[in-house]
Design a protein around this ligand. Sequence first.
Ligand code: HEM
Length: 364
Amino acid sequence: MNGWPEHALAAASHPDPYPYYRALAEDGWRRDAKLGLWLAASRRAVGAVLGSPVCRVRPAREPVPAGIAGSPLGEVFGRWLRMSEGDAHARLRTAVGEGLAALPCNEAEQTARRLAWAFLTAGAVDGRRLDSLVDFLPVATLASLLGWQEAALAEAAAGIARVCRALAADADAVARERGAEACGTLLADLAALPAEGGLRRWRAEFAGLDAAVLCANLLGILFQSRDAGAGLLSAGIAWRCLGEWNHADPGEWRARLRQDPVLHHTRRFVEADATLAGQTLRAGDQVLVLLAAAAHDPAAPGEAMDFGRGRHACPGEAQALAIARGALDALEESRPDWRALGGGIVFQGPPNVRMRRFGAGERA
Ligand code: HEM
């Protein structure tokens, strides 16, 4: 195990976690007693967990994390599609899925391209500005499509970043307070958006559901786009630093994401005793679902797993790829020094995202 990631939660930021993942996938399941987690690593184990009704996105006794329960941020979290199960999930899934499907991908791509171009031409393109671009663009593009004014996009993206920090496993009281404050501001911004324009279709999809549920889920899609979208874009840029590649081709994205995934894992909470893909799990167990290991499973068909599988699979895949394409077009047009930008890449991000950082050396 020498040179391998210390544990599964550290693997996404390891320079080469794939031999480790392949060994895990060959075993299928492993128990990490130190982390208190089951690791589901083979394609079969991952598929069984994501398809099982007893494996839930939140523990039954803690639908909202204790640190934010009772706060406005906790209320919003509890309304998210991503954190729901059963009938509530099915209803929200239809509404959010239709809302996203109604967002034309070419509009998302062109908006991302325009915003990225404006961002890049405002100064020299160095590693630090690339890091800022990947953090800003996915949220800014979606917010712009929802009707946010251009001048307010940076603040919206910063607000979502504060919400992300507040929901991280290691968030302290200050981070949670800042996240709750940002959440309040974002909800007020959402309520003040023009009813016509980008929001009109969403209101129609959410007809019959509470307005608070709509606003929470709009905030939810901005949240979902943030870290994963930044990871995806940072990967696309890192690959371009190594040489030209056809980022307009979805097949090329899939092939590259299978080799070097961006979204490495998600979690499930076991609600009742069950045996899945040969492993007995007990009520109360937690499972780390290693999507990146499943993509490398030598016994599996070799598909990218970045956008998940089953009832919670990502409904924003097409939009996320469109945003990354638009950004890469704008970057290409700005003719940066790719070799220099690729020279100091480090992996640094939330535990589940393989996030490239281009300006870490410049900051030192
Ligand atoms: C436009 C950007 C994005 C939007 C709007 C978006 C939206 C969402 C939403 C609403 C969900 C929850 C679905 C549910 O619970 O039924 C979700 C799940 C998911 N998304 Fe995305 N997403 C975006 C980008 C990405 C990217 C770039 C990745 C991967 C690199 C990704 C990977 C996933 C995965 C793996 C899940 C499932 C998580 C699980 O099963 O626990 N998403 N996304």
